[in-house]
Design a protein around this ligand. Structure first.
Ligand code: CA
Length: 222
């Protein structure tokens, strides 16, 4: 799951980024409204965390423009504006939730989880051959044996499994699993893919993660 934080106070955004990454989310940070809006509209995020008062474009402006293009993606305001009128205004601009600063990280985290909770009809359990991945508990099993993955490995497997049967381009994987500071020239994805194959003990008979040369990877049952 990938979250965009638009926040101009580095103390807050660094704290949030670190905390959310420890919870296995991929996080991008924009420190002003213009970059925030640009990333929000192009970055394929699962959730936006918006400050209200920002240089270049306000959180309200970002939220409104974002809503025109993305109707369903949750938006949470995280702001020092705390009157009832401001809260209502923020929610009316298209946000799903509104948290006032100062905030408790644990509460924010729970509110994020509520927004990202699978909707009825959506599943939290995904399978790939004899591998079972649960997005709710963040656990992976292979034939009832638990496989312990790092946060990035889990995010990578989740992305591949959710797109089972379709080729995942390297650029899409980077966008979804890593952050904007990712160095495209490194072989990091291949390293992670190989680590996954190893941890999942994929033999030639169950090579569920295939390389699509020059393009990316595909998760497929054979
Ligand atoms: Ca601010």
């Amino acid at each position: 799951m990938k979250i965009l934080i638009v926040e101009d106070e580095p103390g807050i955004s660094n704290f949030l980024k670190q905390g959310l990454e420890e919870e296995s989310y991929s996080v991008d940070v924009a420190e002003h409204g213009k970059l925030g809006l640009e990333l929000a509209l192009t970055g394929d995020y699962d959730l936006l965390l918006l400050d209200w008062m920002l240089p270049a474009a306000s959180g309200i402006e970002i939220c409104r423009q974002f809503r025109i293009k993305f109707k369903e993606t949750p938006v949470i305001f995280l702001t020092a504006k705390d009157t009832v009128d401001e809260t209502i205004f923020g929610l009316q601009s298209g946000a799903n939730d509104y948290i006032k600063k100062p905030f408790h990280f644990d509460e924010l985290l729970e509110r994020i989880k509520v927004q990202l909770r699978p909707k009825s009809g959506e599943h939290s359990i995904f399978t790939l051959g004899n591998i079972v991945l649960n997005t709710k508990t963040h656990r992976v099993f292979k034939e009832h044996e638990e496989i312990y993955l790092t946060q990035k490995e889990f995010a990578l497997l989740e992305f591949l499994i959710k797109n089972k049967g379709s080729v995942c381009k390297r650029t899409s994987i980077i966008q979804k699993v890593w952050d904007i500071h990712f160095d495209y020239n490194t072989g990091v994805i291949d390293v992670y893919i190989n680590a996954l194959r190893k941890k999942l003990k994929l033999t030639t008979n169950e090579d569920y993660i295939q390389t699509v040369r020059g393009i990316g990877y595909i998760a497929e049952e054979l």
